[in-house]
Each structure stands twice: as structure tokens, then as C-alpha cells.
Design a protein around this ligand. Structure first.
Ligand code: SF4
Length: 350
């Protein structure tokens, strides 16, 4: 993927139309290019049919369209999870995951190479921040998974339906590129993902949450909490010192009110750290007045953290306490752990 020319995957439909009009071609040609690139997944200008030869020449000379090369693909032992190590132009690498559930395929996509947030249990946090991904690099990951979903042995429901921005990086630390990518992915003349099926997960970057609400960005929001007191949370999520729990809850309430929707709260269950009855009661009390759904995720192992996952029985007991507060919750299916493709396990240096 070159940076010398605009990358077609990083242009909105309006920006692409402007560019093609500037070159003296018709809007219908811009529409055709857009559909071939985003709806049909063409990764080579020469494979776009029905265009004037002059436009093909301009696109070839003045834009880029190459997708991210696959450096390595790993498949979980149960066959439901495929992890792709993808190469970037500057030699860096990111990971993207395809997860197949009954009736749906989900893409877990990265928004940064590395991450600056430093959550203690997370392999990406352990590698530190390298750089933000561009809009084109984010879109390219989703198109790659969409194609891979179709290339596997066909099932009746093999199309990509859900995208979670929960891979490497903090999406709200790379706000503009991430939101531009989300808008491209949801464009009805392209991949046409439903905004509500595109979930952005943040560790609690308050200015970004406020901005999502003020701009009324229609995607779903997940907030990684992991602790229901400032002390517990700050020990797991260092940025809680910058954006304290009380302020985060104010921002979340503001978001729910303005967007008229609920928030998913992610809670990594770590044995003996944040999984006792007291933690569950604190979480229940914290969220009881909010429109919330809690996703409980037993810790996935990483080399740089010696915590252990909560046993499933204890996870169910935690869930039962949340129910006493009227708080809906799900113990998330663990997928792809044997290939380090689970939550908190992505890192490009293996
Ligand atoms: S959990 Fe997310 S925000 Fe935290 S270090 Fe990992 S990638 Fe960054």
C-alpha cells in the first residue's frame, strides 16, 4: 500500500466522486469504481470493468488500491477462528481475526500498530505504541475478512455481518481515521454494513466518547471497564488515572442520553483480581441506573502477564449477582485461544 497517492480504500464516496469529476469523467464512472472496489472487493484497477480507458490510466497513475499482504494465516484447532498477520507499507504488521459463529461471521479489526494504553493483561499494550493505521488500512482489513469468509467452505450464513474494532489499538486514540473507515464500511453502495453491527471498543477515552455522542455516530459502543472502583480499575487500566472512573461514568451517561441507546461494558475476569462477589456487587451498583449490557470475558493468557482466568463456575456466580441488580450480562464464548487470537492476545511480534 503506497502513501504517495490517495488510496482508493481511504476515500469516501463523495471524495472519490470529486476526484473523478476533477479528472473530467462522469459521476456514473465514480459510482462504478466505488461499487467495484467496495461491493465487489476488486483489489486491482485493471479488474474494474466498464470504465473509459483514460480513467483507468488516471486511476493507475494517480491512486493506490493494493490490499494488505498476508504475512501469515493461522487457523484455530476447531476451525472457527482464522487470524491474519497483515503487512503494512512501512514494514510494520497488524493482526486481524475472522470469527465464525452459528449464522454469522465477525471481523475483529485493528486501528493501530501497537497501543499506548498499556492495559496490563493485553499483549498489544505490552508491545507499546507504534503508529496509527490509516483509513485505508482499516478498511482493507475488513475487506480481507469479507473475502476470506466467502473463500472458506460455504455455509448458508458465511457472509460478514459484524465488525468489532477491538483488535490492536485504541480506536478513539485514532478517531478520525477510525470513523472515516466506519462510514466507508457502512456506505449502502459499498459493503453496506449496518452501523449497529459495527462496534467500537474503547478503554475509556472520555473526549472520544463525548465526540461520538456530539457527532451522533451511529455505531455501537463498548467500554472496557475491568474494575468498578477507581483503585481496582487503575491497577488494570493505567489510563484510568487520566480519565477517572467517575468522569467516565458521566461521559457514558451523556452518551446514552444523547444517543438514546445502551453501552456494552467489557469485563475481563481475572482470578483473585476482579472476580469476587464484592467486585460483582460494586459493578452492579455502578451500572444499575444505566442502559448497559455487561460482557464477561475470562482472561486470555499472554506472555507478559501472570494472571489466570476466572473459572466458568465463578463467572456464572458473578453473572448471577449482576442479575440481582437487573443488569443483563453474557459470559463470552472464548474463541481462538490456541492461536492467540482472543481478546487481549493480539500482537504482531510473534
Ligand atoms: S486492551 Fe485495547 S486499549 Fe488496552 S492495551 Fe490492549 S489494545 Fe490497547
Amino acid at each position: 500500500m503506497t502513501v504517495a497517492h490517495p488510496h482508493l480504500l481511504g476515500l469516501s464516496r463523495a471524495a472519490l466522486s470529486d476526484l473523478i469529476r476533477l479528472w473530467g469523467f462522469k459521476p456514473v464512472h465514480a459510482q462504478r469504481v466505488w461499487r467495484h472496489v467496495h461491493a465487489h472487493g476488486r483489489d486491482d484497477v485493471d479488474r474494474i470493468t466498464g470504465l473509459p480507458g483514460g480513467l483507468i490510466d488516471r486511476l493507475r497513475a494517480g491512486t493506490a488500491l493494493a490490499w494488505l499482504p498476508v504475512v501469515r494465516e493461522t487457523v484455530s484447532s476447531d476451525g472457527f477462528t482464522r487470524k491474519f498477520l497483515l503487512g503494512l507499507d512501512d514494514g510494520r504488521q497488524v493482526e486481524t481475526v475472522l470469527m465464525r459463529y452459528a449464522g454469522r461471521v465477525t471481523a475483529c479489526v485493528s486501528t493501530q500498530a501497537g497501543c499506548a494504553m498499556g492495559c496490563v493483561f493485553c499483549a498489544t499494550g505490552q508491545m507499546g505504541f507504534e503508529r496509527h493505521l490509516t483509513t485505508a488500512e482499516i478498511v482493507a482489513q475488513v475487506l480481507h475478512v469479507a473475502r476470506a469468509a466467502h473463500s472458506a467452505p460455504r455455509t448458508p450464513h458465511s457472509a460478514l455481518r459484524n465488525v468489532v474494532l477491538m483488535g490492536m489499538g485504541e480506536p478513539l486514540h485514532n478517531y478520525d481515521a477510525t470513523i472515516a473507515a466506519a462510514q466507508i464500511l457502512c456506505d449502502t453502495a459499498g459493503l453496506a454494513l449496518s452501523p449497529s453491527r459495527l462496534t467500537l471498543s474503547t478503554v475509556g477515552v472520555i473526549p472520544g466518547i463525548i465526540r461520538l455522542a456530539d457527532e451522533r455516530q451511529p455505531l455501537s459502543l463498548a467500554v472496557s471497564l475491568h474494575g468498578a472502583t477507581q483503585e481496582t480499575r487503575a491497577a488494570i487500566v493505567p489510563v484510568a488515572r487520566t480519565w477517572p472512573l467517575g468522569d467516565l461514568m458521566d461521559a457514558c451517561r451523556y452518551y446514552c442520553d444523547r444517543m438514546d441507546r445502551h453501552i456494552f461494558y467489557e469485563w475481563t475476569l481475572i482470578d483473585g483480581t476482579n472476580d469476587c462477589a464484592e467486585d460483582a456487587h460494586a459493578l452492579g451498583a455502578l451500572l444499575r441506573t444505566q442502559r448497559a449490557h455487561v460482557n464477561l470475558i475470562p482472561l486470555n493468557p499472554t506472555a507478559g502477564y501472570d494472571g489466570t482466568p476466572t473459572h466458568i463456575k465463578a463467572a456464572r456466580a458473578f453473572q448471577a449477582i449482576l442479575a440481582e441488580y437487573g443488569l443483563p450480562s453474557t459470559v463470552r464464548q472464548r474463541r481462538g485461544i490456541d492461536i492467540a487470537a482472543g481478546c487481549g492476545q493480539l500482537a504482531a511480534d510473534r
